[in-house]
Design a protein around this ligand. Structure first.
Ligand SMILES: Nc1ncnc2c1ncn2[C@@H]1O[C@H](COP(=O)(O)OP(=O)(O)OP(=O)(O)O)[C@@H](O)[C@H]1O
Ligand SMILES: [Mg+2]
Length: 356
């Protein structure tokens, strides 16, 4: 018989010496990331760029495999995008939904978590209400863990998790709490499906809630996929040994590594923005801060966006964009009935970062 899942906070000291040692490294990396992101002219630039790779990677853990080109199509909402690409676009929409809710409500509760999962899965199944959900080893098909089964019990665990998330009386560092929250959420496993992806979105929203980062630009999915065997092993070992030290350190190292990686991507994007600025100034009469930001806001733009962001007519917006295509800054293609202009340089930075 499996031991019953404990509620949080645990009645034991989780801030061990080794944990605190790693915590200081992780905090330093994260603070550096927060600072660098703040120096960007427009933080939305980073959010959109970085979120695409997160959506692709996080969906990939569930074997939803697609390419950047397909995701690009799904993002511009053509109907011929593949189902996989649409799922990835949904994941991105779910992060945005969660982010906006957390900013508005200044907390993370069950209701918000349910809405994120709904957005991901496109259904209203909500919290599990029929028995039978178990976690299996995907290679051997053997049951490794049985999460709480009764809906009432699941809701009680969720309420407890909600309190743990929003109440900081325990004075435990939020990065350590993040590791506990992720473990607990996955162990409650409140949904029929999408628990992994929802849990990974909760991680970033928690960092935003605790002001450790201003915007959703730090994700663990890439780290988890790289260290997937350890990720699954640690769930079970933590549970069997009732020892959270390795788990917490695993998550803290992930945050450190991903913060460093994200800093590298930000620096590349920043360099490209500066390059493009100089080139726009040298080769055209079009340069303005607004135009530059519009070109980097997403990796594609459209005439109406430029029209709106620069306050020009549609004719002028089109003329600008066509000039930028002629000079090689953008490429243009017709998708559905709309003409889309793609910032190939930004697109390449994002694609390359995904491969590294
Ligand atoms: N032994 C375990 N104990 C608790 N949670 C686990 C265990 N093994 C895996 N998990 C969690 O369950 C998630 C998978 O659950 P589910 O299929 O509902 O989510 P998903 O989002 O569809 O899939 P994925 O996370 O694989 O993309 C994993 O990502 C992991 O976080
Ligand atoms: Mg699944």
């Amino acid at each position: 018989m499996e031991k019953k899942l404990e509620i949080l906070p645990l009645n034991k000291d989780i801030e061990t010496r080794r944990v605190l040692k790693q915590l200081s490294r992780t905090s330093r990396a994260l603070a550096e990331l927060k600072g660098i992101a703040q120096t960007m002219p427009n933080q939305n630039i980073l959010i959109n760029a970085i979120m695409i790779n997160e959506a692709k990677t996080s969906s990939g853990i569930e074997n939803i495999v697609t390419t950047h080109d397909e995701i690009y199509k799904a993002m511009v909402k053509t109907n011929d995008a593949s189902p996989a690409a649409k799922e990835v676009a949904d994941y991105r929409a779910a992060i945005w939904e969660g982010y906006n809710l957390v900013k508005e409500k200044q907390m993370i509760n069950t209701n918000i978590i349910v809405r994120i999962q709904e957005k991901l899965e496109h259904n209203q199944a909500g919290i599990r209400s029929t028995l039978g959900t178990v976690i299996k080893n995907t290679t051997t098909d053997e049951i490794v863990y049985t999460p709480p089964q009764e809906k009432n019990e699941i809701l009680e665990y969720m309420k407890n998790l909600e309190d743990y998330i929003n109440n900081d009386d325990d004075m435990v560092d939020p990065l350590i709490k993040l590791a506990m929250i992720h473990y607990q959420f996955e162990s409650i496993h409140p949904f029929y499906d999408g628990n992994g992806r929802t849990g990974r979105i909760i991680n970033i929203l928690y960092l935003v809630l605790k002001d450790l980062i201003d915007t959703p630009i730090l994700y663990l999915s890439k780290y988890i996929i790289r260290n997937k065997i350890e990720y699954y092993r640690l769930f079970q070992e933590t549970r069997n040994m009732n020892n959270f030290e390795e788990w917490i350190i695993y998550i803290l190292i992930g945050i450190e590594e991903m913060a460093e990686e994200t800093i590298r991507i930000i620096n590349k994007i920043r360099d490209e923005i500066v390059n493009m600025k100089h080139e726009l100034r040298d080769k055209t009469k079009l340069y303005s801060k607004e135009l530059l930001e519009a070109l980097f806001f997403e990796f594609y733009t459209k005439i109406p966006y430029i029209q709106e962001q620069l306050g020009v007519s549609d004719k002028t917006a089109q003329k600008y964009l066509d000039t930028l295509v002629e000079l090689g800054f953008l490429t243009s293609e017709k998708i559905g009935r709309e003409r889309i202009y793609k910032n190939e340089r930004l697109f390449k930075i994002i694609k390359d970062a995904d491969r590294e």
